[in-house]
Design a protein around this ligand. Structure first.
Ligand code: NAG
Ligand code: NAG
Ligand code: NAG
Length: 489
């Protein structure tokens, strides 16, 4: 009898160990801090709010200021200075990509026995076949390779070269002028519906919305006609509503299929909102593309049956590189062949069991950004260079910090007054915990902290690989290959 019980217990335990969680990662594009209901937005996101309320809201979570950098950090688990992706977005005709010596999170999760799918925007380079998503750990791909395009006709122009951009796996396809958010959501639902439950599922869904161009079906925009007077903001709100509905469809499909209880579901932005394109990061300072909080403080939450402390808020420091070890470990994968990671496993912090293992975030060092002012603080790190680093509660910015203004409150149109700094100013220090709005520069009153953090930047800088950002290549022209953007070397 005893042995029978023991055997039973053992087989139950084995089931628990063997049943790996499904992992669904939704990445939204240019989604601002104030663009989700639970941050007080005037945009309605009932599905996202409900999911976040049932899970863990990440309220000290950082991404990179623009698209390619965040995606490179998410997929490689490494800072941009390790992969040559320090500078800007990959434009369609630029022959660069996330180097293949960095295995991707999808490579490792695929190796752990998962069925892996990428649905949406790639934006990690495609000039050679080896950089396509289907060669970077994804069994299937449905989406586009460039950074943005029309949401309906899926066309993109770059330096006078124009082409279509939509693929199923590696095959170029033309879609029926359907809206991108609808196409991607439906594809995700189809994959869930036809999924063989013997294999765990990893689905990465990088929507293009609400990135510009500001386009959405009228039925999503119309409900805001009396509440949002600004036309850009109103269209943007419609794009967000479509995402909210699409995410609702995806989670419903997971529940119908009986997968939800064994799922880790993540929602994250890729960078801050772009004010001029309808996004909003109120009450923060800054915008997409800059190192003030409005550019990098992420909206994010984790939910699904595998989350333990449901209905909580995590204020533990987290960075987008952390998903790599966190999720590969949850997939019971290994890190064999992975180059040294900058990410930390955050599962215990997300679960409220431990403090975050992270004290530092290198927000970035971009040696190609225009230098500003003259070197200060007699440091081995040149403060004219664009960089930003977080250490515990402090953040240091140097060089050209990007957009500095406060976001207007979309309900009133009013914004806090931005400090009138000299155009040559190139050092700022903020205590982000006490002063998340970055109102009070402490660099003059805390020079010791500035120096310490400049030393940290100097160390990172020394270990950087060269930037991989060559010029545009006319050979990329889609006219040379059937009118599609695609590998050309
Ligand atoms: C969600 O599902 C409904 C019902 O199938 C569909 O009509 C709608 O277009 C879907 N929404 C999105 C954004 O895909
Ligand atoms: C600048 O730093 C160097 C090396 O740390 C030191 O030797 C030198 O005295 C410093 N100069 C000034 C003006 O503080
Ligand atoms: C900002 O400061 C500059 C000089 O540093 C001055 O010329 C300008 O008028 C100031 N602007 C405002 C809005 O106070």
């Amino acid at each position: 009898m005893f042995f029978v019980v023991l055997l039973l217990v053992f087989s139950v335990l084995q089931d628990v160990v063997l049943s790996k969680p499904n992992i669904i990662f939704i990445l939204v594009d240019d989604y601002g801090f104030n663009d989700i209901g639970y941050h007080g937005s005037e945009i309605r996101t009932p599905n996202l709010d409900r999911l976040a309320n049932e899970g863990v809201k990440l309220e000290n979570y950082y991404v990179q200021p623009i698209c390619t950098p965040t995606r490179s950090c998410l997929l490689s688990g490494r800072y941009q200075i390790r992969t040559g992706m320090q500078h800007g977005n990959i434009q369609p005709s630029i022959p660069t990509a996330l180097p293949t010596d960095s295995l991707t999170i999808a490579d490792k999760i695929q190796q752990a026995g998962y069925s892996t799918h990428c649905i949406g925007k790639w934006h990690l380079g495609f000039y050679k076949n080896e950089f396509l998503p289907t060669r970077r750990g994804f069994d299937t791909f449905y989406g586009f390779l460039v950074g943005s395009k029309s949401h309906y006709d899926h066309r993109r122009c770059d330096r006078g070269m124009c082409g279509d951009d939509f693929r199923e796996n590696e095959r170029q396809i033309r879609t029926n002028r359907e809206y991108s958010t609808t196409l991607f959501s439906r594809r995700a639902v189809d994959i869930i519906n036809s999924h063989q439950s013997s294999k765990p599922l990893f689905m990465y869904v990088p929507y293009q919305a609400p990135h510009s161009p500001l386009q959405a079906p009228k039925r999503y925009i119309h409900p805001y006609k009396n509440t949002i007077p600004d036309i850009h903001r109103r269209k943007y709100a419609g794009m967000v509503s479509a995402i909210d509905e699409g995410v609702g469809n995806i989670t419903r499909a997971l529940k119908r299929k009986g997968l939800w209880e064994n799922t880790i579901f993540i929602f994250s932005t890729d960078n801050g909102g772009q004010i001029s394109r309808g996004g909003n990061n109120y009450p923060l300072r800054g915008n997409k593309g800059g190192n003030f909080e409005g550019g990098i403080r992420g909206v994010g939450f984790v939910c699904g049956g595998q989350v333990r402390n449901k209905g909580t808020v995590s204020r533990e420091l987290m960075h987008v590189t952390d998903w790599f070890p966190t999720l590969v470990n949850q997939a019971q994968g290994n890190l064999d062949g992975v180059k040294p990671l900058d990410g930390f496993d955050q599962w215990n912090a997300i679960s409220g069991r431990e403090k975050s293992p992270r004290e530092v975030i290198l927000h970035g060092i971009d040696p190609l950004a225009r230098p500003i002012g003259r070197p200060l603080f007699n440091s081995s790190f040149d403060t004219t260079k664009q960089a930003a680093i977080r250490y515990k509660d402090y953040k240091l910015l140097t060089g050209k910090p990007g957009y500095k203004n406060y976001n207007p409150n979309p309900r009133t149109g009013l914004a806090r007054t931005t400090p009138n700094d000299s155009r040559k100013k190139n050092v700022w220090l903020f205590n982000i915990k006490d002063d998340p709005l970055e109102t009070t520069d402490l660099s003059a009153s805390r020079p010791q902290i500035v120096k310490e953090m400049l030393d940290m930047l100097a160390e990172y800088d020394k270990s950087s690989v060269p930037v991989r950002f060559p010029g545009s290549d006319p050979q990329a022209n889609p006219d040379l290959r059937g009118g599609f953007w695609g590998p050309w070397r």
